[in-house]
Design a protein around this ligand. Structure first.
Ligand code: NAD
Length: 249
């Protein structure tokens, strides 16, 4: 029994958290030891080796800090991890027990990770790129973490290739009414009943358009990535952003 990975879930009553609890219980080599939600005392995290955190953006940094201080690895799906929060976490992890690892993944669906990777590759060849993210109407944040991450990766790929940021293709956009810009990439957020999590990256060139699209129809699509994160987070000390780093992409 000693080589079982003990897992606690924070946000365990939520849509993602409860699906993660079921997935952990069904996975070989993992043992669900704790379920925590708003108002619970996290204490020693029920003796977990790894915590999976799917709560709300305002609560996530304190929850993750609680884990890190105790040397408990953390796999985080909650959105809202912008640069200043990451910087604070990196400082916290330096003071944490050696070897502590945190994985922050805006999207755990393998297809979504491939979609982001393909989009970053393609953005080197197009000067006109826009992102349309489509989600269920209960989603609290916009634009989605996946859209922001896609824009990050597009920017990084273009920088690596010695290209500038995506130029603004819009001649007419009174008061930014066409939607948000993330690293210069226009992002459009659709909230519609019946949707789960979907994204299109549209790349336009002379007389052509390339569309890269991913659809999550069910929260089950995120579970293989979450379980892979739980198994691998102990091998990656420090803060890792994006599951792609665990998948060799
Ligand atoms: P949800 O509202 O169904 O669940 C959130 C849960 O967190 C609730 O049970 C709530 O009570 C709990 N909570 C609130 N404050 C808390 C606190 N201080 N401590 C502990 N728990 C607290 O939301 P959801 O759909 O499960 O999504 C959760 C997060 O995961 C969101 O940020 C969402 O955008 C993100 N998400 C990420 C992925 C991914 O692949 N990374 C996929 C889907 C959703």
């Amino acid at each position: 029994m000693s080589d079982m990975i003990k897992v606690s879930v924070i946000g365990a009553s939520g849509r993602m958290g409860s699906t993660v609890c079921d997935a952990v219980e069904a996975a070989t080599g993992l043992e669900l030891v704790g379920r925590f939600d708003q108002g619970d005392d996290l204490g020693d995290l029920a003796g977990a080796d790894v915590v999976v955190e799917f709560s709300v953006p305002d609560a996530s940094p304190a929850n993750v800090a609680h884990c890190v201080e105790r040397g408990v690895h953390c796999v985080v799906g909650t959105t809202g991890w912008r640069e200043e929060r990451l910087a604070r976490l990196r400082a916290q992890i330096e003071k944490a027990p050696e070897g502590t690892g945190v994985l922050i993944a805006p999207n755990f669906a393998i297809g979504a990770i491939l979609m982001m990777s393909f989009a970053a590759q393609a953005a080197r060849f197009y000067e006109s790129v826009e992102v349309v993210e489509l989600h269920h109407p209960r989603k609290v944040d916009a634009p989605s973490g996946t859209a922001a991450r896609t824009a990050d990766l597009i920017g990084a790929a273009r920088e690596e290739a010695g290209l500038g940021p995506i130029p603004d293709a819009t001649e007419h956009d009174p008061d930014g009414a066409r939607g948000a810009r993330v690293h210069g990439v226009p992002v459009h957020s659709v909230r519609l009943r019946g949707l789960v999590a979907h994204q299109e990256v549209l790349l336009g060139g002379e007389g052509e358009m390339l569309t890269i699209r991913h659809d999550s129809f069910d929260r089950a699509s995120f579970m293989p990535g979450v379980i892979e994160g739980v198994r691998r987070v102990g091998e990656h000390p420090g803060v890792t952003v994006g599951l792609e780093h665990y998948l060799g992409l």
